[in-house]
Design a protein around this ligand. Structure first.
Ligand code: PAF
Length: 284
């Protein structure tokens, strides 16, 4: 397994792979890898000759009061975990290499509509930062396939829309959320939780599954369901940012024609923001 920092070195390797007619699967990450990321790399290995993983904590997708400076960096452990699953190349560029003209001069990629709702409303500019870095990394790696976790459901939708809108020539794969044994979705930010917060955290998943059950049993009074579960979570010690039941297709408010819905949730435990989601296929 190779580890490189320079964009030029990546481009040269890319040229060699091209000459050998090798296909490339790409997993973009911000490091501090957990089993969810490893699952992405394993899925990537199934579809291509070469697997590239990037580790880059992208300043453009963090708000001014968010955890950019404290985001955990565990490069040595990450390398060992990726080597163990047979990843071919880790790309760890510096912020200078990625944003060479400075963040304030950077050209953006902005996916309208879907970027502004739900998580995008709570984190203005976040999805613009994600779309911009993912587009830049796609231009550098030029993969045939790219893999993203379904835990970041809205991010996956934003990236799919960007790929369609900009006619990018690659296939996007969503990989199911990997969970701890108590249901908590794996996330690098789980490391921020205190022991007490970690004990409460699975209630986010439990409440989500209770909402799913209610909808599957035929309830359509979504605003009442949402209000009840917001209250339950706030009483348990969370500060709920949102609970939404949307069309899984476009994340708009659900209509009668929708065949699949998605429950999306975000809530703070102390300063740590946890998100989760679950799709519900309706029996029409
Ligand atoms: O999901 C993430 O870890 C990040 O948003 C991504 C896709 C690596 C872009 O920085």
């Amino acid at each position: 397994m190779q580890v490189i920092k320079e964009v030029q070195a990546l481009r040269e390797l890319r040229r060699c792979w091209q000459m050998e007619a090798k296909t490339i699967a790409f997993v973009p990450t911000m490091g501090n890898l957990h089993e969810g990321h490893i699952q992405l790399a394993k899925e990537a290995k199934k579809v291509a000759d070469i697997v590239v993983v990037s580790i880059f904590v992208n300043p453009l997708q963090f708000g001014p009061d968010e955890d950019l400076d404290s985001y955990p960096k565990t490069l040595q452990q990450d390398q060992e975990a990726l080597e163990a699953v047979g990843v071919d190349l880790i790309f760890t560029p510096s912020a200078k290499a990625i944003y060479s003209r400075g963040l304030e001069n950077q050209t953006f990629v902005e996916v309208p509509g879907i970027s502004y709702m739900i998580c995008g409303a709570s984190r203005p500019g976040h999805f613009r930062g994600v779309a911009t870095i993912v587009c830049k990394l796609f231009n550098m790696v030029q993969p045939n396939h790219a893999f993203f976790g379904e835990k970041d459901f809205q991010q996956l939708q934003v990236i799919r829309a960007m790929v369609t809108d900009l006619s990018m020539n690659l296939q996007i794969h969503g990989v199911p959320t990997v969970r701890e044994s108590d249901g908590l979705a794996m996330s690098s930010r789980n490391n921020y939780l205190t022991t007490d917060q970690r004990a409460i955290a699975p209630q986010l998943y439990e409440n989500m599954m209770q909402i799913v059950d209610k909808v599957e049993l035929g309830r359509r009074d979504f605003s009442i369901i949402i209000k009840e579960h917001k209250q339950r979570l706030n009483d348990a010690g969370f500060k709920v940012d949102y609970i939404e039941i949307r069309s899984a297709d476009n994340l708009l408010q659900p209509g009668h024609e929708d065949e699949e819905l998605v429950v999306l949730m975000a809530a703070f435990l102390g300063k740590t923001r946890l998100i989760d989601n679950c799709c519900i296929r309706l029996n029409s």
